[in-house]
Design a protein around this ligand. Structure first.
Ligand code: CTP
Length: 408
């Protein structure tokens, strides 16, 4: 068995190491086993950055969680149905879970959970590289628990399920396998890849909310495009929503620089190529909220007007009128996907410049110049905006003389 105490010391930093030592002492008071588990162990061994501390504790209940929070000088901020808790220490959140066994009543069901040993807890997990723990108890500080040979798979750079029913139990693991493979630049172990392909039908059992969450996690990866390409190649996108299978060619690697929320831009690249009816069905399948559904709908509409937007010599004001009703995330998504042509130039011009253009004059100024209160004000402001966009006026004085001409 290897001992990782020196890795803990060199990689975690004084503060986090101090917390683990406090938890270790507090666990001894209550004779509880206490372990660092899952992704953090994987990332410690891979020398990747450690973002979260996931800790499992045998027999964890609210009283024990309170005791551990006290020992850390922190606050218990949340508890869930499966005896998982969050402790806030300053601005850091530490996740605590009860070591547990799990079983699935039927594919796609949430698991039935019961208190179990750390070995049972590791055996219920998704992949061998996520099924390791580091013992934090005082007597065995730093010992690696690796009953599923995760360390060997880290060395071979393989994503491997622990048992043949893993994807059937929980088809969201299909997404997880691909995310980890692309993020860590690992291969899917051969048997795992076969099981994955054979389990695609199980995605039908996954609720819209859970599927949406999986896409969100894809979009938050360092290279979402590579994950989407791999999901497409493996037939996962088609299994989720068949029209997504029509999409050929790789996804863009990057979105390019933009101020838009990355998540919505990647969503838009995913929706490119759908028609309006399919877009609505896709939104329904993922039970999308209004922002996501709008991006999907807008993406399809923007693709439908690319010829107009890209017509040679189009006025800047016309570009503005064609595009200003759409979500910028959808515009960036479409530009990223359709990487050539005049339409692309127009959309980029809109995003970079036109969407910021405003007249300097406001309604009150127009009344001051003699315009009549009421709908005329709106029409005049619109005309001034167009003149601004097309470069016909470039100053406040220019706007004023245009308005005077219009109302005289
Ligand atoms: N897990 C699982 N099956 C799932 C989801 C999670 O077995 N469907 C287990 C894995 O062992 C995983 C742990 O729960 O390591 C925590 O899940 P999560 O926070 O999603 O994963 P991390 O490994 O922390 O991954 P990431 O680096 O993406 O945060």
């Amino acid at each position: 068995m290897s001992n990782l105490a020196s890795i803990l010391e060199s990689r975690l930093g004084r503060r986090r190491l101090g917390w683990l030592r406090l938890l270790s002492e507090a666990g001894r008071d209550r004779a509880a086993g206490i372990y660092l588990v899952g992704g953090v162990v994987r990332d410690l061994l891979l020398k990747r950055p450690i973002l979260e501390l996931d800790i499992s504790v045998s027999g964890l209940d609210e009283a024990l969680a309170l005791h551990l929070a006290d020992a850390l000088g922190g606050r218990l901020t949340a508890r869930s149905q499966f005896n998982t808790f969050k402790i806030a220490v300053g601005s850091t959140v530490i996740d605590l879970a009860m070591t547990r066994g799990e079983s699935y009543a039927h594919p796609g069901a949430l698991p039935d959970v019961w208190p179990g040993s750390i070995e049972q807890d590791l055996a219920r997990r998704d992949f061998s590289v996520n099924a390791m723990a580091i013992d934090l108890s005082v007597d065995a500080w730093g010992e690696l628990l690796d009953p599923m040979s995760g360390q060997r798979d880290l060395e071979r750079r393989l994503i491997r399920v622990l048992h043949p029913d893993s994807f059937a139990d929980d088809a969201t693991r299909i997404f997880r396998a691909v995310r980890y493979a692309q993020r860590l630049e690992f291969r899917l172990e051969e048997g795992t890849a076969d099981l994955l392909k054979a389990s695609l039908g199980g995605l039908d059992t996954i609720s819209g909310d859970r599927l949406r969450h999986e896409f969100q996690r894809v979009f938050a990866e360092p290279h979402p495009g590579s994950v989407l390409s791999r999901l497409a190649d493996l037939g996962v996108l088609e299994a989720v929503f068949p029209p997504l299978g029509r999409r050929s060619g790789p996804w863009p690697d990057e979105n390019g620089p933009s101020d838009e929320a990355e998540e919505l831009v990647w969503l838009s690249t995913l929706a490119c190529g759908l028609n309006a009816g399919e877009a609505a069905q896709f939104a329904q399948r993922l039970n999308m909220g209004s922002a996501w559904a709008a991006v999907v709908r807008d993406t399809v509409e923007i693709e439908g007007i690319l010829n107009d937007v890209g017509s040679p010599g189009i006025l800047r004001s016309s570009v503005y009128h064609l595009l200003h009703q759409y979500h910028p995330g959808a515009l960036v998504g479409v530009v990223t996907t359709h990487s050539e042509g005049l339409a692309r130039d127009s959309i980029e011009l809109y995003l970079r410049e036109l969407r910021q253009v405003r007249p300097e004059l406001n309604g009150r100024d127009l009344i001051g110049l003699g315009a009549e209160e009421g709908p005329e004000i709106g029409r005049l402001l619109e005309t001034v905006l167009e003149a601004r966009l097309d470069g016909i006026v470039t100053s406040r004085a220019g706007e004023e003389s245009l308005v005077r001409r219009l109302i005289s």
